[in-house]
Design a protein around this ligand. Structure first.
Ligand code: GUN
Ligand code: ZN
Length: 442
């Protein structure tokens, strides 16, 4: 049906014919109808890793040169590659760890697991497993936490570079309130981050994210240096956690009594901005949302994680009211799946528990263009507009017997999308393309 992995030619013109849907804007901004484009029999033309045309197959086929290969998918839907705005590489090996809420879960499971990443060989091994999981699940871009060790990020970037992925990552900065074997110092975290930035930021499709774990594990000195890095290099990202768990919030209040709220701590150290992504934000107040919006900062909504750790229910309508950019995060390993389809299934339930709705097109937006907007990459990825990088997925309506039977009853793209999000997972993703190259085939 398609060119084998080893024979993929990124520069050759190639067309993909299937049902095609992609997000054009946030339904909360433009209404549902204007938020997407759908071609029941669509064609997408790809050249040199970019999308060069998109439209109805009938119209576009007539314009194609005879030698352009056309790959046709039946009972399938093409959409943009998924974008995971919050995930932890070194927690791949402890996903599904039983019984604790955030702070005990970190001490019991996360820190011992992250220690292993001082070993470059272990880092390389897990980086391969991790990227393979992303691609198997149709995720073509992720904003990734490494461990405290620069080896973890070195391994991840090396592996991602070979696959030509658009990926953002950073080494965790943490110089207090963690086991001795895992802390760095303000100065060493600055030096290690800087070395990684010099080597990787802007190389190919890779970007660096300054990564203080969260306020409790960084001294003011370390956060000052994190802020300094952001001013020293253009277009760096900042990723951290905020307001996930009530005990965590109490702890931050005790550590930073002079600040009016959690966000204000990060604000004080100049960590807010257009490329800053704060994971969770389950317990933010209006004032914090307002400030996030004002600074162009984004929230990563991580439903499976918030449910698994009993953290609470993210108030998406509140973020929408304040016009805060929101992306979707799996947050593996507190999150329980690499699949953004599965994550949307849980996101829907999180909204239901609050008496709110998550429409299939808002879900599509969150997993694709919304993530791209949160990462300020919407001119490159997030949808299938001509000019975009050809990061896309093929979703198979016949991935499982139940999905196949259920999809036959669906009468609209809206219903098809909702069923794919409710029943879908890694099995649903039959192919994943990065910059026009097939990087996963089920
Ligand atoms: N807060 C600080 N570190 C972490 C982490 O590793 N995972 C989650 N979910 N929250 C955090
Ligand atoms: Zn996290």
């Amino acid at each position: 049906m398609t060119t084998p992995l080893s024979q993929a030619l990124p520069h050759a013109k190639k067309a993909y014919r299937a049902a095609i849907v992609h997000s054009l804007a946030d339904p909360a901004e433009v209404g549902v109808e204007a938020s997407y484009e759908y071609f029941v029999d669509g064609l997408m033309l790809v050249e040199d890793g970019r999308i060069v045309a998109l439209g109805d197959a009938e119209d576009l086929l007539a314009t194609l040169a005879d030698d352009v290969e056309v790959v046709t998918y039946d009972d399938a839907l093409i959409t943009a590659g998924f974008i995971d705005t919050h995930i932890h590489l070194p927690q791949t090996g402890m996903i599904g760890s039983y019984g604790e809420q955030l702070l005990d879960w970190l001490n019991t499971y996360v820190f011992p697991c992250e220690k292993q990443f001082e070993d470059p060989e272990h880092s390389a091994q897990v980086a391969d497993i991790f990227l393979n999981e992303l691609l198997r699940n149709g995720t073509t871009t992720a904003l990734v936490f490494g461990s405290r060790h620069k080896e973890s990020v070195e391994a991840l970037f090396s592996a991602a570079e070979k696959l030509n992925l658009r990926l953002i990552a950073g080494k965790v900065m943490m110089d207090r309130n963690a086991p001795d074997y895992l802390v760095d110092t303000a100065q060493s975290s600055y030096d290690d981050s800087k070395a990684l930035i010099e080597r990787w930021h802007g190389k190919g499709r890779l970007h660096y994210a300054v990564t203080p774990r969260f306020a409790p594990t960084s001294t003011p000195e370390q956060m000052t240096l994190a802020g300094q890095l952001l001013t020293e290099y253009p277009d760096l990202y900042l990723q951290t956690h905020i307001s996930e768990n009530l005990k965590e919030i109490e702890w931050v209040k005790a550590l930073f009594p002079e600040h009016k709220n959690y966000l204000d701590v990060y604000d004080h150290f100049n960590l807010l901005g257009q490329r800053s992504v704060f994971a969770h934000g389950v317990h933010l107040c209006d004032e914090e949302c307002e400030r996030l919006a004002e600074t162009g900062s984004a929230i990563a909504f991580c439903p499976t994680s918030n449910l698994f750790l009993g953290s609470g229910l993210f108030d998406l309508p509140m973020a929408e009211r304040h016009k805060v950019n929101v992306g979707l995060g799996t947050d593996v390993g507190a999150g329980t799946s690499f699949s953004l389809l599965h994550t949307l299934n849980e996101a829907y339930k999180v909204m239901q528990l609050q008496g709110a709705r998550l429409s299939p097109f808002k879900s599509l937006y969150l997993a694709t263009l919304g993530g791209a907007c949160a990462l300020r990459l919407e001119d490159k990825i997030g949808n299938l507009q001509p000019g975009s990088e050809a990061d896309f997925v093929v979703l198979d309506f016949n991935a499982t017997p139940l999905l196949s039977y259920r999809m036959k009853q669906a009468t609209s793209i809206e219903e098809q999308l909702f069923v794919l999000m409710t029943l879908g997972d890694d099995r649903t993703v039959s192919e994943t393309y990065s910059a026009g190259v097939l990087v996963h085939k089920r």
